[in-house]
Every structure is written in structure tokens, then in C-alpha cells.
Ligand binder design. Sequence first.
Ligand SMILES: C[S@@+](CC[C@H](N)C(=O)[O-])C[C@H]1O[C@@H](n2cnc3c(N)ncnc32)[C@H](O)[C@@H]1O
Length: 246
Amino acid sequence: MPLIIDSLIFLVLAFTLHKLRQAHLLLFDLRDQSRQDNVTLFRQLEALQGLYTELDLRTSLPPTRGWAASPDFLLELARHARSAKPQTVLECSSGTSTLVLARCMQLNGAGKVFSLEHDHYYAEQTRQQLQRHGLQDWAQVLDAPLQSQALAGESWSWYELGALPSGLAIDLLVIDGPPQTTRALARYPAGPLLFPQLTAGAHVFMDDAGRSDEQAIVARWRQEFPMLTHATRVCEKGCAVLIKPI
Ligand SMILES: C[S@@+](CC[C@H](N)C(=O)[O-])C[C@H]1O[C@@H](n2cnc3c(N)ncnc32)[C@H](O)[C@@H]1O
């Protein structure tokens, strides 16, 4: 009998120690995660502050991060647009990025942003924001519903390009849509459908390049368009840049 009681006490103690160890490890994980979150958040705040300063914004931007591009990606876009002074910017998906790019065109005194938006509600939201910022002359949001398109023997749900001016020569292409939920490699069609319209020296910025899906898309583009050079920028969601040589 005493042996049974001793064994029971031992089991309870072993179980308690095991649980304590688990809680201890969890606390370390939480501490590391919380430190990393603070670093990331601080970097985004610095980038947001940089955007407001460098673009001399007097009207507040709609929310960044989450569905929208993050401040670090937007700052990369803004710095490129201010220095390269692209005449024609094409964007896949509208939102905060449209305002930032339109403001760059306004500060440059030249250029136009065309923004493809599949969702009519969000297209209207971005148009209203452009009006609110007095940027409506520098960017045009184009209703571009997703439609089934055949490419490379597969079917893709991608922007209908009917509203896009024909023969557009693209100096800057920003890819942040369609949403990943449409299908795997959802943003791949931008390569075969838009890269032939890139001008010499044109840049392509791809948001969310830290995701495996976007990495697979970039790898496929690099195989199909070997003349483009590839670079990355340090951004919380990842940023890939493809450049067409001059
Ligand atoms: C990645 S988001 C576009 C982000 C945009 N480039 C920006 O910087 O704001 C892709 C799509 O999500 C949709 N969207 C925008 N804001 C949204 C929100 N708050 N909730 C759900 N969907 C949203 C729009 O249709 C947009 O084309």
C-alpha cells in the first residue's frame, strides 16, 4: 500500500514539474515575441513618420498595415517615385499606396498613377480619399473586376484590363493584388500580361514578398524574364524589386 501511495505522489510531482517547465518555456517565447513586436512596431512608426515628413502630408493617410501596405513598403515606393520620377505608374490594387504614389506625382510636378481595383466599393473609397487629399488629378482608379483568364495552360482570376489606356508604357509597376485568397500564385499574371509594357529602366515593386506564394511568383518571373535584375528591400511583409535594364 505505501508503495502505491509513493508512486502516486511521484506521478503527481512529475506531472506538476512537466507543466511548470512548459509554462516556463512559454514565458520565454512570449518575452521574445513581445520584444520582436516592439522592434517591428517602432520601425513602422519611424517609416510612417518618414512618409509624412518626406511627402509633407497635411491630410492623414487611411490605415496602413493589415490589408493596406505597411509604412516601410510605402516609404520605399515614395523614395523611388521621388528620385526616379516615373511618368506612368501602374498599380495592381488601390488604397493607401495610391495616395502615396499620387502625392509623389504631385510633388514631382509630373506623372500619373493608374490603379487597378477589382472591388467597386474599395475603388470608390480610394477615389474619395484622393479627393480628400486634393490628389484626384494625379491618380485614376480603374474598375477592373477579376475575370477568368487563360495563361500558360491554366485559368487565372485576374484584373480585366479594358479600362486601362491601350499601349501604356509603364515606368513603375506596383503589385499588391489581387488578394491571395483568389488562388495560389494569384499575382503571377502581372508578369506575362504587364511586363512586356515596361520601359527601359522600369522598376517593379512586389509587396508581401516574404510569403512563400509571392516568392514562388518572383522565382517564376525570373525564369520567364531573365533580363530583369532582382533585388529585395527590408520590409516587414517583404519587398521584391525587379528592374528592367536601360
Ligand atoms: C492588399 S489590399 C490593397 C492594398 C493597397 N495597395 C494599399 O496599400 O492600401 C488588396 C485588396 O484588398 C481590398 N481591401 C482594401 N482595403 C480593405 C479592407 N479594409 N478590408 C478588406 N479588403 C480590403 C481591396 O479590394 C484591395 O484591392
